[in-house]
Design a protein around this ligand. Sequence first.
Ligand SMILES: [Zn+2]
Ligand SMILES: [Zn+2]
Length: 243
Amino acid sequence: MIERVIDGVRWIPGKDRFLPDSHMYVIGKDGSEDFSLVDCGLMEMGSYKLDEVESAGIALKHVKRIIMTHTHIDHVGCLPEILQAIPHAEVWVHKDEAVYLERGDDRIVFGNQMFESVIRSQYEVPKDLFAIKVHRKLEGGELLSLGGLPFKVIHLPGHSIGSIGLFNEEHRLFMSGDTLYADGAIGRYDLVSADPIQLKQSLEIVAGLNVDILLPCHNRIVRSGAAIMVKNTVLQWGPLLAS
Ligand SMILES: [Zn+2]
Ligand SMILES: [Zn+2]
């Protein structure tokens, strides 16, 4: 079920199967006619999410763009099916992963050989399914105006080279992708393009945001008071990531 987090931000929980399915967030104030989707999900998990978007009274023609926090299979897997339904939508990805996506290099998408063989055993994956045009290559530092809400793009390499977070200062609301989750968990740092030292630095950046509302791409969300949890997550993981 789609849930309102604040005015202009909605959450559509993922439906995990044998692999996780990322949550999707929908940014845009009602009446703005300018909506953004943040992340998509695993293969075949797009249509129920678009149904949820419509059930919230948002016309799909008003969905202007899809912003990817990064391009792992559990986030980008159903991007092709979503683009079939809303071909007018732009795709925005950090430039360091856009180069892979645009040339159909799916090493970051799959992350490792094991995930690739699991996915290929379960789904038909046509060649070039993940050769996707990126309309805007993000760099980090941009201040985006998304349907009436400002969000700053924060580049957070570590879980993957082009991972980003989206931060709304007014509500201290942070979409963390897979960089960190609630309850002390962080993203894997053993996949293609991951880097534990960079992840440590990225976690420290997040700790500096003094986040109140934490919206990760998996598991539960934190609706208020996330700052202490985030700081403890960094304290817990910092020494492990640096060793
Ligand atoms: Zn990921
Ligand atoms: Zn994920």
